[in-house]
Design a protein around this ligand. Sequence first.
Ligand code: G
Ligand code: G
Ligand code: MN
Ligand code: NA
Length: 253
Amino acid sequence: LRTLQELRVALDERQLVVYYQPKVDLATGAVRGVESLVRWNHPVRGLVQPGDFLSIVEEAGLMNAMTQQVLDMALDQAEVWHARSADLTVAVNLTASALVDAELPERIAAMLADRGLPASALILEITEEFLLEDRVRTTAILTRLRAGGIRIAIDDFGTGYSSLAYLRDLPVDELKLDRSIVSPMRDDPRAAALVSSTIELAHSLGLTMVAEGVEDAEVYAGLARYGCDEAQGFHMSRPMPAGELDSWLAERR
Ligand code: G
Ligand code: G
Ligand code: MN
Ligand code: NA
């Protein structure tokens, strides 16, 4: 259905758009940053969600081209936001395959420099799948990214089959606890115990803990009580185009 040809056109004609979802500081309620989430603005089908096209992008060998476009759009937007609010971060998702590209750190450093953005404005989200790639190479690339000041987050934390041991020596800054662990904590004491001990684990390793999939006030309050650093989810906001996020930010003030 989504043919290779259609995807090439999508990239050539810049049909991809980026939505942004805020991440909120649980202690103060301040917006700390946003996560960039790609959508395909298809001329006939309308807005297509990433779950319906990312695997085809990957199979077609177009993931690096897509990532480049998403980074371009997200960093253009970050430049606008940075001028207004210097400490707002923009997060971009990377697939594991991006982390074997040895030129990635220099390319991203140049993109930041072009826009006069500090590296601290950017967070890169990767999933535990990168552990399946060549560990020496990915660790070297992560180390170089972080040496430049970019922050690294482990996305969907708690869903992989990997051991926890990698947390000891991998260069990461932030854990994003998956929504499949976060949402049940309201009704399930065992889920809540898992969330609270994961927050302790993150903090004892010096990592920032972000909870995803926060859909109601009870979960939000529970996370704040457990000392979780940041929350992201429909309770605060759905992912939105930049213009809508600006209105949302203005209303919160
Ligand atoms: O936005 P939504 O919740 O539908 O995203 C679904 C999945 O697609 C998430 O796992 C998210 O990480 C992934 N995703 C969204 N945008 C991007 C992107 O720009 N690059 C990559 N590699 N994955 C993305
Ligand atoms: O895997 P990743 O964390 O990048 O996925 C982000 C995805 O989660 C996006 O597709 C976004 O639309 C979705 N999402 C964000 N907040 C919530 C939420 O509160 N509940 C649910 N069910 N999905 C969410
Ligand atoms: Mn993510
Ligand atoms: Na996730």
